[in-house]
Ligand binder design. Structure first.
Ligand code: CP
Length: 290
């Protein structure tokens, strides 16, 4: 792997290797000294042209835990550049102009591959294999780069994906991605996993819904709608009271905090894969092994 521009850049075997390495890093994160020297002397540049709460801080922490120098905005000859921007395809353009490894941290409505990887990691830790797992992605699919990467990523790992939401928030040709399409949550209790999307008001150029109140009355995941055996996920940040009710955000079925925690170790594994995997190196140094 030279870059991570799309979830389509990785095979199922790549995803499994990244998840295994993230699990090794996760064990390491329980120790007093969390840093490993894998990227000592390397420079990671964070280029974020869009608001980000968790992605930016988890990339920064991931690089620092691997002992890389981290620079925000500009750096001379970086080894990796993490790009978050509102323009679909911009990270792929940057990849043509530099020798650095480019990691797409979200480009417009296009893709967010590290979100898909951390969601696969989180679910695999809970369920083992994703083969045959029924995952419903609910809400604003039209404006969601997370939905696009996650549909492709979950399918790659063998899951059956359904998308559900109001017709105005589902892309017209979404069936071509091999998903089931539903315009109501009547059968939501079929789902092993409910993946609620953030309502992305900042990307809406017209009124797609009569009102948020009407959206919430038909599509909000609340205690009444969430099946007793379904797990709940959300990429964050959550609009409480819109796509999720307050009580389900913190319920026992919610994996949202596990997704946040997975962000750092999965991004460590991605940086390791791109910058260090070719140099034989054990992510858990001998002096820190049990
Ligand atoms: N999930 C996600 O990308 O969150 P941020 O927009 O806060 O980075």
């Amino acid at each position: 792997m030279k870059h991570l521009l799309s979830i389509e850049d990785v095979s199922r075997e790549d995803v499994e290797r990244i998840c295994a390495r993230a699990a090794a890093f996760s064990d390491n994160q329980q120790r007093e000294i969390k840093k490993v020297p894998a990227l000592r002397g390397r420079t990671v540049l964070n280029l974020f042209y869009e608001a980000s709460t968790r992605t930016r801080s988890s990339f920064e922490l991931a690089a620092k835990r691997l002992s890389a120098d981290v620079v925000n905005f500009s750096a001379y000859r970086p080894d990796a550049i993490v790009v978050r921007c509102p323009w679909a395809g911009a990270p792929a353009l940057v990849a043509e102009w530099t020798d650095a490894a480019i990691i797409n941290a979200g480009d417009g409505k296009h893709e967010h591959p590290t979100q898909a990887l951390l969601d696969i990691y989180t679910l695999s830790r809970r369920l083992g294999s994703l083969d045959g797992v029924k995952i419903w992605i609910v809400g604003d699919v039209l404006h969601s780069r997370v939905a696009r990467s996650n549909i492709l990523g979950f399918q790659k790992m063998g899951a059956q994906v359904t998308v559900a939401g109001p017709p105005t928030l589902l892309p017209r040709d979404i069936e071509a991605m091999g998903v089931d399409v539903r315009y109501s949550l009547d059968d939501l209790n079929e789902a092993d996993v409910v993946y609620a999307l953030r309502m992305q008001n900042e990307r809406m150029q017209q009124a797609y819904l009569p009102s948020m109140r009407e959206y919430a009355s038909l599509f909000q995941i609340d205690e009444r709608r969430l099946g007793a055996r379904s797990l709940l996920m959300h990429p964050g940040p959550v609009n409480r009271g819109v796509e999720l009710s307050d009580e389900v955000v913190d319920c026992a079925q919610s994996l949202i905090l596990e997704q946040v925690a997975a962000g750092v170790v999965v991004r460590m594994a991605v940086l390791f894969e791109l910058l260090a995997a070719s140099r034989a190196f054990d992510p858990v140094p001998e002096h820190q092994s049990a």
